[in-house]
Design a protein around this ligand. Structure first.
Ligand code: PHE
Length: 340
């Protein structure tokens, strides 16, 4: 009787284990079979009623059943573990052969792009690129450029004076002075860099902007040379022929001095908001180097002469890319920068 009971319990337990669909059902099957109130412990309670010789046989059967059930439980559990692992691996699978979602590289700032292009152009024409300090002496920024103290031209450059008597350079022209002193004639140099003016900020004015200074000193340099280099510069930047005009312009360090205008690239002449309806855009102050400037830097104006220009690099970049607000350039706004 007991033997049959054990056999039945064993079969039932194994069936339940086999058909358990998940870990919970398997646990329920285990409790039912092996738990303290389970079938097997119920069966062993019958032991006492058995004759001693039957007891041994039934005990053996009981142990076998218990072992078989435990083995089945373990197998089933292992299979669940394998299934769980497989499902996990499948759900976490990554296709390493898929193309990566493109890296978005940064790009050079529009002012840097224009600056680099101009540098390359002038290097190809035998010019050297020079750098100068942003914190300058009064001598380099003014005196050596023929702008003595109390000269009214100082007032037109709203200077940031530092408490130690130095200043933030108001233009890149002091690098002319440094270039002449360091390299001497003949000289072909450009000097891009940041300049500072204490101006009120609006769509076309910033307290910090970029200029690119140029200077060529040689024998018999004329305005024709100046115009040639300026036209080469502008048509290379705008990638087309440009029309320019010279107007007289006053700067103490050049004589004669000019304002070089280019015909408005937006409207082509008739007038638009960009050129303030004039058809021309002021872009390039320039001129032949004043003899005083040469002399002060140790160059004999009887033997040498030259031209100089002070390109508004920031304004040029704005024109080239059609940027209508100077404040965007230093805004750090990625929506703006991503376009270049
Ligand atoms: N330094 C002048 C300015 O910033 C520009 C300039 C440079 C004019 C060279 C003539 C020659 O206003």
């Amino acid at each position: 009787m007991l033997e049959q009971q054990i056999d039945g319990v064993r079969r039932r337990a194994l069936e339940r284990i086999q058909s358990a669909a998940n870990a919970d059902e398997l646990e329920a099957a285990r409790v039912e079979a092996l738990g303290r109130k389970g079938f097997l412990s119920n069966a062993s309670k019958e032991f006492g009623k058995l004759a001693p010789e039957e007891r041994a046989r039934a005990g053996k059967l009981l142990n076998e059943a218990k072992q078989a059930i435990e083995t089945a439980l373990e197998d089933r559990r292992a299979r669940f573990d394998r299934d769980t692992l497989k499902a996990k691996l499948e759900s976490e699978w990554i296709d390493l052969t898929l193309p990566a979602p493109g890296i978005r590289p940064g790009s050079l700032h529009p002012v840097t792009q224009v600056q680099t292009e101009i540098e390359e152009l002038f290097i190809s024409m035998g010019f050297t690129v020079l750098d100068g300090p942003e914190v300058e002496t009064e001598y380099h920024n003014f005196d050596a450029l023929n702008i003595p103290a109390n000269h009214p031209a100082r007032d037109t450059q709203d200077t940031f004076w530092l408490t130690n008597g130095l200043l933030l350079r108001t233009h890149t022209s002091p690098v002319q002075v440094r270039g002449m002193q360091k390299l001497g004639p003949p000289l072909r140099m450009i000097a891009p860099g940041r300049v500072f003016r204490n101006e009120e900020v609006d769509a076309s004015h910033e307290h910090t902007f970029y200029q690119l200074e140029g200077m060529m000193i040689d024998r018999d340099v004329s305005v024709a040379h100046l115009i040639y280099f300026m036209m080469t510069l502008l048509s290379s930047i705008f990638r087309r022929e440009v029309t320019v005009r010279l107007r007289p312009g006053f700067f103490p360090f050049v004589e004669p001095g000019f304002e070089l205008d280019i015909q408005c690239l937006i409207c082509g002449g008739p007038g638009c908001p960009v050129c303030k309806q004039s058809g021309w855009v002021e872009l390039l102050p320039c001129g032949l180097v004043h003899p005083n400037v040469l002399r002060m830097s140790g160059i004999d104006p009887e033997e040498w002469n030259g031209f100089a220009f002070g390109l508004g690099l920031t304004r040029l970049a704005m024109m080239r890319y059609g940027i209508d607000d100077i404040r965007l350039l230093a805004s750090g706004d990625l929506r703006f920068l991503n376009q270049f």
